[in-house]
Design a protein around this ligand. Structure first.
Ligand code: NAP
Length: 313
């Protein structure tokens, strides 16, 4: 059974790579399965200033590249395969990919979550070039510039408040005329002089050649549109999108306990409700989704997987 591993990790973002590092260092036969690109959400970030010990010019891709090198140096195996189905019902867990079938004594799920996009033309092209889904990561680039925050939930309003520490003006663009965010958070935003609101408005199109230059806003009541252009002196501005996150959970629905939002519920040992199946990183129900918490989850999951295997095989 060549394809029997001690630990299989699904996903190769920071949580998966950290889990692989700890698993491989513990001399477990470890496989990381990655779908298309390595690295997860962080590779879309140009600067990683909030990861402790990050080197000065660290980018998302460079941080991931260092993690990959470290993981490979301890002998973790890596394969690109799109897992289509999992069977966690037996003691040996089965994973069916497009190319191969895999077996493992323990599985660590690190498939992550992805921010819900606006879905308008131009958005994807300008990610990292004015369009962002993470204020903690990117606020710094918008020092004294104008930014728009799309969404009306807790994340949008809290992040808008955070962005006022950097940006000259922050406009919350919300599709309705009242916020979804908790009242206490709303009150702080209404008191903040730098925060403005565009009610009943959605972003219809985002434009720019290599950098964000303009955005078309549409009134949801009247259907009227207007185009906002970057201030000439600034040359650009920011659009931060906080319209919710989507956990990447398709494989696990009805197989593992998820919360209402579709995130996997774990305890502080990263154990799911299925013995031998652990979850780490953004796919978990948790209060802070950052590289630093993902890597910590990965380490805990791998150590617990090792203990589980010792006790059960
Ligand atoms: P959320 O609560 O789902 O809010 C998403 C917001 O985006 C809503 O205002 C929604 O508008 C808007 N939206 C959704 N799809 C849109 C679209 N296609 N176009 C335009 N707008 C769109 O998401 P979240 O703010 O990320 O929060 C997620 C969860 O984490 C929530 O349970 C939240 O309470 C929690 N959270 C808590 C805190 C805290 O307690 N401090 C901080 C952050 C997050 P509508 O309002 O019209 O639906």
């Amino acid at each position: 059974m060549n394809n029997l591993y001690d630990v299989i990790i699904i996903g190769s973002g920071p949580a998966g790579l950290s889990a692989a590092l700890y698993a491989a260092r513990a001399r477990m036969k470890t496989l990381i399965l990655e779908r298309t690109k390595v690295g997860g959400q962080i590779v879309t970030t140009d600067e990683v200033a909030n990861y402790p010990g990050s080197v000065e010019d660290a980018t998302g891709p460079s941080l991931i590249a260092r993690m990959e090198k470290q993981v490979e140096s301890f002998g973790a195996e890596r394969k690109k395969d799109n897992i289509k189905e999992v069977d966690f019902s037996g003691k040996i867990k089965l994973l069916r990919g497009e190319s191969e079938e895999y077996q493992a004594k323990a599985v660590i799920i690190a498939t992550g979550a992805s921010p819900r996009h606006i879905g308008c033309p131009g958005e994807n092209k300008l990610i990292g070039k004015g369009v962002s889904y993470c204020a903690t990561c990117d606020a710094d680039f918008f020092q004294d510039l104008e930014v728009f925050v799309v969404g009306g939930g807790d994340s949008a309003v809290e992040e808008a408040i955070y962005l006022t520490k950097f940006a000259r003006k922050v406009t919350i663009v919300h599709r309705r005329d009242e916020l979804r965010a908790a009242k206490s958070i709303q009150e702080k935003a209404f008191k903040n002089e730098k925060i403005h609101f565009m009610w009943n408005t959605v972003v219809d199109e985002i434009k720019g050649e290599g950098i964000l230059e303009s955005a078309v806003f549409k009134n949801t009541q009247t259907g009227e549109t207007h185009e906002y252009f970057a201030d000439e002196e600034d040359g650009t501005f920011g659009i931060f999108v906080f319209t919710g996150y989507l956990p990447i959970n398709n494989l696990f629905k009805e197989k593992i306990q998820l919360n209402e939002g579709g995130y996997i519920i774990t305890n502080d040992k990263m154990e799911t409700n299925i013995e031998g199946v652990f979850a780490a990183g953004d796919i978990r129900e948790k209060p802070l989704r950052q590289v630093v918490t993902a890597t910590a989850d990965g380490a805990i999951a791998a150590v617990q997987a090792e203990k589980y295997i010792e006790n059960n095989f």
